[in-house]
Design a protein around this ligand. Structure first.
Ligand code: PEP
Ligand code: MG
Length: 556
């Protein structure tokens, strides 16, 4: 009889496969002993050799694009300067500390050299971290070589790690930390990998144990009975059958249009989403493109990227968000120094006010790429709180020749005063991830606070209602681009509140489209009233679940 652990479902679907644990970074022990020099030298050489062989093995299995990068990384692990440097440090330090010191010295040099070398600093750090683990006889940190389908189990995954996962092998993701709107959750949905986060105790799962991840309910079943696996497979089959006829533009049963758009984070996402049945892009998170950049990209470098992002969408709209740097998405070239509370600090548009050069070069590049591709580009700002900010941003966007300008509504002050803020711009987009964080004063990165961050919280729904009313007063459209827009039940409530577009990971679009098609606009308004009338998030969801069309309830 299997056990079940409850987490938060963040990417729909079910996955059944053996567990592969992603090792944590291993630090050299503080009291590490200095060894006899020849013993230390042998251990250090063996550790680097083990790392080089392991990375070479991954290169053999990797795609054509990734193999050369991995081979180059294996070469770093064979670099005599790095190995001999570590051996020299072993005169005064234990072998793991010696490896760490030598690696850090090289990393600093690489960063100083800049350009290509600086870009390899991350790979070098990875090599060093693996060699430290190897010399201590600990499992390698990071995602190991995968030789078949698996469910990855990790404390959390770095955005860069999640983005490079092999989709053909990683069929599910389970993390101990993270929350509904953490970036692991966002990227897993983006890649359509069923995932559950905040699954406490998951790191204790034995490697190779069969688990069933239910990305809808957030439950992880350890060694489940065959009957349960069959049940979830049947649910998946029912869903596939129901969604088969669900194509084309989003609309309620009585024809009220709700545009269904994709959230993207770069060129690869754009190519995938461009080929999908979506009406365009509702959120291009431009900061995702530059997460690993040390230097600010030039106008031409940016224009080149944006052209490639816009091209797959032809004449469909592409809503671009200017850099939302800071807090959970720090960018090296836009760092304003340490702040006590980064999520409440100079992030998003506030950072653009401090560094208008970054905003101007981005707007110039967007205008060039929009002109070159003829794309329907609309630009919006993150973290707008004030009328003055909206006006300042709108002026700068229009001065650059970009026609349509919008703002994200993700600060409660802006939601409450949308009637005035929206006068300055052409459209609004509710960032419900941050709006939930700021409404409930709960850090979105902190899994323990997940209940506060539940998008069904009636207080959040009230603010969304206020923002929609403010936009409607100005005759301006209001969309949603936070994770809540991809929930097929909540999508009905949002529509009832007055939202006219929903942007989400493309994998979530078919289910939302189906759900909308089974309800009239009046149904959506009734469901919205039910949810807002509830006292708790749980009661709000239950009330809606009990009132939706049976055709939708059957495939949830
Ligand atoms: C949001 O806050 O809801 C949003 C869409 O932006 P991000 O998740 O990138 O902060
Ligand atoms: Mg946000």
């Amino acid at each position: 009889m299997g056990t079940v652990v409850q987490g938060i479902g963040v990417s729909a679907g079910a996955a059944y496969a053996p567990v592969v644990i992603v090792g944590d970074r291993v630090l050299p022990p503080a009291d590490e002993q200095v060894l006899a020099h020849d013993v230390a030298a042998d251990r250090i050489r063996d550790a680097f050799a083990e790392v080089a062989t392991e990375i070479d093995g991954r290169a053999e299995l990797a795609s054509d694009g990734a193999a050369p990068i991995l081979k180059a990384t294996a070469m770093l692990a064979r670099d005599p300067g790095l190995i001999e440097g570590a051996i020299a440090h072993a005169e005064s330090y234990g072998p793991a500390t010696a490896i760490e010191r030598a690696t850090q010295g090289y990393v600093d040099k690489f960063i100083e050299l800049g350009g290509y070398f600086a870009e390899r600093a991350t790979d070098l750090k990875d090599v060093g971290a693996r060699a430290v683990a190897a010399v201590l006889g600990e499992p390698a940190p990071g995602v190991p070589t995968l030789d078949g389908e698996c469910v990855l189990v990790a404390r959390d995954l770095a955005p860069s790690e999640t983005a490079t996962l092999d989709r053909t092998k990683v069929v599910g993701i389970v993390t101990e930390e993270g929350g509904r709107t953490s970036h692991t959750a966002i990227l897993a949905a983006q890649m359509a990998i069923p995932a559950a986060v905040k699954v406490s105790g998951c790191l204790e799962f034995a490697e190779g144990t069969m688990v069933l991840v239910d990305g809808d309910t957030g439950q992880v079943h350890v060694e489940p009975e065959g009957e349960l696996v069959a049940q979830l497979q049947q649910r998946a089959a029912r869903r596939t059958a129901a969604l088969e006829g669900s194509t084309g533009p989003g609309a309620t049963k009585d024809g009220k249009r709700v545009a269904l758009l994709a959230n993207i984070g770069g060129i690869a996402d754009a190519e995938k989403a461009g080929a999908a049945d979506v009406e365009g892009v509702g959120l291009f998170r431009t900061e995702f493109v530059f997460l690993n950049s040390k230097e600010a990209p030039t106008v031409e470098e940016q224009a080149e990227i944006y052209r490639k992002v816009f091209a797959p969408f032809g004449d469909r709209r592409v809503v671009v968000r200017t850099l939302d740097a800071g807090a959970d998405k720090p960018l090296a070239f836009a760092d304003l120094g340490r702040e006590e509370n980064p999520a409440l600090g100079r992030r998003g548009l506030r950072l653009s006010a401090e560094r208008p050069d970054l905003l101007d070069s981005q707007l110039e590049a967007l205008a060039i790429a929009a002109h070159d591709t003829g794309a329907d580009v609309r630009v919006m700002a993150p973290m707008v709180a004030l009328v003055e900010e909206a006006a300042w941003f709108a002026r700068r966007v229009r001065e650059n020749g970009l026609k349509k300008v919008g703002i994200m509504i993700e600060v409660p002050g802006a939601a409450l005063r949308a009637g005035h803020v929206m006068e300055e711009v052409d459209f609004g987009s509710l960032g419900t991830n941050d709006l939930a964080q700021y409404t409930m004063a709960a850090d979105r990165m902190q899994g323990e606070l997940a209940d506060l961050l539940d998008p069904w919280q009636p207080a959040l729904l009230d603010l969304i209602g206020a923002a929609c009313d403010g936009a409607a007063k100005n005759g301006k459209p209001m969309g949603v681009c936070g994770e809540s827009g991809g929930d097929p039940l909540l999508a009905l409530v949002l529509t009832g509140l007055g939202v006219s577009s929903l942007s989400m990971a493309p994998s979530k679009v078919p289910m939302v489209r189906f759900s909308l098609s089974q309800h009239s606009f009046a149904d959506c308004q009734r469901l919205a009233a039910l949810a807002r009338g509830a006292r708790t998030a749980h009661e709000a969801r239950e009330a809606v679940l009990n009132a939706v069309a049976p055709s939708v309830a059957a495939v949830l």
